[in-house]
Ligand binder design. Structure first.
Ligand code: MD6
Ligand code: FE
Length: 217
């Protein structure tokens, strides 16, 4: 019998691409779980629908968001923060699906961050034209903890800058199944997403879903 490398589940279809000190792309890491991830996502958004939040500056975000886990990231006219209650429903955010947690823990470990246990999963939905302007992630309590970011659906161009907003960002394509793990010296790098181009993904349709896992509290 001849066995191809690509018959080895969980190994050959995923590879690491260093992005910067403290940041790595695990290409295709989430692909083996794509179907189960998307059905768990459906259950979450049935309880906590996507919505376009308002920035402290008064702008409606083009990216629609929701959360799962014990804490959720929100923005409104008073600022950015994590909260245990979904302001839209008045209830706690849905529990983080066990598969989400396992994927995030395994991705972090693969990147060298052992002991990462996220309590927050921010779920972003990009439709064509939606974008995320350059920002730093600074609302979490423990900056020694990394962030794990999972891309599903149509491709996006990730802007990956430096520690100053003025640093010219690199443009990194992120595809369905890619996972970025980001911490240590990369934790405060500016980053964003260019306006999404129209495209179609057979499982996800004309959109990109991003899951970002954090230890927020
Ligand atoms: C996105 N991601 O990929 C937006 N933040 O849709 C982020 O803002 C992000 O991917 C911190 C670490 C990784 C990320
Ligand atoms: Fe971010």
């Amino acid at each position: 019998m001849t066995m191809s490398l690509f018959d080895l589940p969980g190994i050959a279809e995923s590879w690491q691409e260093p992005l910067a000190p403290g940041a790595v792309i695990l290409r295709g890491f989430a692909t083996p779980d794509e179907t189960a991830l998307l059905s768990a996502l459906q259950a979450v958004i049935a309880m906590a629908p996507f919505r376009n939040m308002i920035t402290p500056g008064g702008f409606r975000m083009s990216v629609a968001m929701t959360n799962c886990g014990s804490l959720g990231w929100i923005t409104d006219s008073t600022g950015y923060r994590y909260d245990a209650i979904d302001p839209l429903t008045g209830r706690q955010w849905p529990q983080m699906p066990e598969l989400f947690l396992r994927l995030a823990v395994n991705a972090a470990a693969q990147a060298g961050f052992t002991g990462f246990v996220p309590d927050a999963c921010l779920i972003n939905r990009y439709e064509p034209g939606a974008r995320l302007s350059l920002h730093q992630d600074k609302n979490e309590r423990d900056f020694n903890q990394p962030i794990v970011s999972v891309s599903l659906g149509i491709p996006a161009v990730f802007l990956f800058g430096g520690l100053s907003r003025a640093d010219k960002p690199a443009r990194i394509p992120l595809m369905h199944g890619d996972v970025v793990v980001w911490g240590g010296p990369a934790r405060f790098r500016y980053h964003g997403i260019l306006p999404l181009k129209e495209d179609y993904h057979p499982l996800v349709g004309e959109q990109r879903i991003n899951l970002t896992f954090r230890k927020a509290g």
